[in-house]
Design a protein around this ligand. Structure first.
Ligand code: ADP
Ligand code: ZN
Length: 599
């Protein structure tokens, strides 16, 4: 979640100036053109060749010219006083020589050579130089803008002495904060540590999925220590021209050294720091960038108090070279918040919002296991928006519940027209999930079943969340697969047809089954061997046969789960029809209504 207001403003300013210059150029060019064409259109003008003939023929009385100007005033014999004609003389020197020759011959022509007025000569010079000046200004501006875009991206408009964020703004994460407090101390009083001969880590890697507050905590370190925070995102390099990535890294670190002590934050470092493998175009570009990063990490003087924090949610992708001593040798995992953490985050983001008395943030924290800080912040914000739209004076419980649903399942789609056939299909699908879960001991209780479309889903089954778990057993994972396939199984059994509505269930189930086999070693045939993610860095040391074995095991898990789901439903067909009809009638049923079918 990054906003870059400064950069935007600067860009606007430069675009404004650019447009102004272009307009000015057009006006000037137009003016010069008009003046010239006006001069030309004077009917008092005579052609240069005519003038020469007239000079030779002795018809010219007086010639008046200005230094630096090709426009010559001519008075022909017999013309009244003050009357004159003009001619544009391409070669004034040759013309003067001609007149002098004629004068020598006895053809008397008065030649007046006026020194150009200071103003006029400056003006003339300016006018003739104008196009060049404009072009130069344009080029300078274009270069400046490129340079600005450059800086804007690297420093992300986030370079400010005071990030405005301190540890107070980071809820939960107490152990992480305690660990990072050491870094704050170091940034504040590096001498103290240097005197003791202590080495402070140069680079710290923050592991954690998006929205867990990695950027926030990095900013808070800068805020606590009162040092500047400069940042860059690894993903920006993916879109970059060859060779630029490395130079960006160099510039970023040059800047950091200049303003040290400071914090450098590299978001999504996996985009540049992924394992160096093949030598295809994009990869070798990444290699250059990564190499530059390594060079910079190694090149710090011990007096430079620059601490580099980097964030990733794919630690297994990182090149091992990044993790060597003196580089990112310290790693901190930022996990999704636990119950207390969630309550603390909700409290932090509840500040400045009005809630009705029946709202208990602890309860919301209990309902949102697995949610990240960003999602929790989002829920409260959505709740405030929903309450505003509904015209409530304060955020009410229904608003908050709506917000949770909106963030988890998507927005309710009131306007979507759903055919009776689709409704029936959805009703059986969701009833299938709910009933199958009911008969699986490890699965959570049903909280709400609905066939009102939300987001991309035609309906949903919500489960209650219990306390946070750190470990999940094999039995629980197998039963999760059964619950996920309960929707598809119900469609097949009740309507003897299957639909695309189960695609997400199938995707999730497949992922879980794959993890069971390749990450958690839960397959009896494969055994406790970690196989994921081999595709990123090395050929499988187990040979090709293992792939076939994994595939067979994954298929086996899924097939068994699908069979189990069908068995449960076939044993409780009466319940399946009853719940589905109730859903068709009411569109949404609560936990109580659902449980009544089982009393
Ligand atoms: P990440 O960098 O891990 O993707 P961010 O630091 O950008 O996540 O977090 C996004 C937003 O989520 C923050 O700006 C903040 O509003 C909220 N947030 C995340 N974690 C916390 C937390 N521990 N305390 C308070 N707010 C948080
Ligand atoms: Zn489903």
């Amino acid at each position: 979640m990054k906003d870059k207001p400064e950069k935007k403003n600067n860009e606007k300013l430069y675009y404004g100036i650019l447009i102004l210059v272009i307009i000015l150029s057009i006006i000037t060019v137009a003016t010069v053109f008009i003046i010239q064409s006006q001069e030309k259109s004077e009917d008092k003008e005579i052609a240069y060749t005519d003038l020469i003939q007239k000079v030779v023929a002795g018809e010219v009385e007086k010639v008046e010219m200005k230094v630096g100007s090709t426009s010559v005033k001519v008075k022909l014999k017999g013309m009244a006083e003050g009357e004159e004609k003009t001619t544009i003389v391409p070669n004034t020197q040759a013309f003067i020589e001609l007149i002098q020759e004629e004068t020598v011959k006895g053809n008397e022509i008065e030649l007046i050579q006026n020194p150009a007025s200071a103003f006029l000569s400056v003006f003339n010079a300016l006018v003739s130089l104008l196009p060049t000046i404009m072009i130069v200004i344009l080029f300078v501006l274009i270069f400046k803008m490129q340079g600005l875009g450059d800086k804007g991206k690297i420093y992300g408009g986030e370079e400010n002495l005071d990030t405005g964020v301190t540890f107070k703004d980071v809820a939960g994460l107490d152990e992480e904060k305690a660990e990072l407090m050491e870094v704050v101390d170091f940034l504040k009083t590096p001498e103290k540590f240097q005197k003791m001969g202590a080495k402070i880590p140069r680079g710290i890697l923050l592991y954690g999925k998006p929205g867990t507050g990695k950027t926030l905590i990095a900013k808070a370190i800068a805020g606590e220590a009162g040092v500047p925070f400069i940042s860059m995102s690894g993903s920006e390099f993916i879109e970059m021209f060859a060779g630029l990535g490395a130079s960006r890294v160099r510039k970023l670190f040059d800047k950091a050294k200049k303003i040290s002590p400071c914090i450098v934050f590299i978001d999504e470092i996996d985009a540049i720091g992924s394992r160096r493998t093949s030598t295809s175009g994009g990869e070798s570009e990444n290699n250059q960038t990564l190499n530059q990063l390594l060079v910079e990490m190694d090149g710090f003087e011990s007096t430079e108090t620059v601490i580099v924090l980097a964030a990733t949610n794919r630690p297994e992708m990182l090149d091992k070279a990044l993790l060597r001593p003196g580089r990112f040798d310290r790693q901190i995992t930022i996990a999704a918040p636990d119950l207390n953490g969630r309550e603390a985050i909700l409290k932090t983001h509840a500040k400045g919002k009005k809630f009705s008395n029946d709202i208990n943030l602890k309860e919301i924290a209990g309902d949102t296991a697995g949610f990240t800080g960003a999602e929790l912040a989002n829920i409260l914000n959505e709740a405030a928006i929903i309450a505003t739209i509904k015209g409530h004076k304060e955020i009410q419980k229904v608003d908050l519940e709506d917000a949770v649903k909106k963030v988890t399942v998507g927005l309710e789609k009131h306007n979507r027209v759903v055919s009776e056939k689709d409704k029936k299909l959805t009703a059986y699908h969701e009833a299938g999930h709910a009933i199958v879960s009911k008969f699986l001991p490890t699965q959570q209780d049903v909280k709400e079943v609905s066939i009102i479309p939300r987001g991309v889903a035609g309906g949903y089954t919500m489960y209650k969340t219990n306390e946070d778990k750190y470990y999940i057993s094999k039995t629980e994972m197998k039963e999760k697969l059964i619950a996920l396939l309960g929707g598809r199984a119900a469609e097949k059994i009740a309507l003897d047809d299957i639909s695309t509505g189960a695609s997400n269930d199938i995707e999730v189930a497949t992922e879980i089954a794959k993890d069971m086999v390749t990450v958690y070693g839960m397959s009896d045939i494969i055994g406790p061997i970690a196989l994921k993610p081999k595709e990123t860095y090395e050929q499988s040391i187990f040979g090709d046969n293992i792939d076939a074995a994994i595939g067979a095991e994954v298929k086996n898990l899924i097939d068994n789960a699908y069979k189990s789901a069908q068995e449960i439903l076939l044993a409780h067909m009466d319940k399946l029809h009853a719940v589905a009809s109730k859903l068709l009638e009411k569109e949404m049923i609560s936990a109580e209504e659902f449980n009544q079918f089982f009393n």
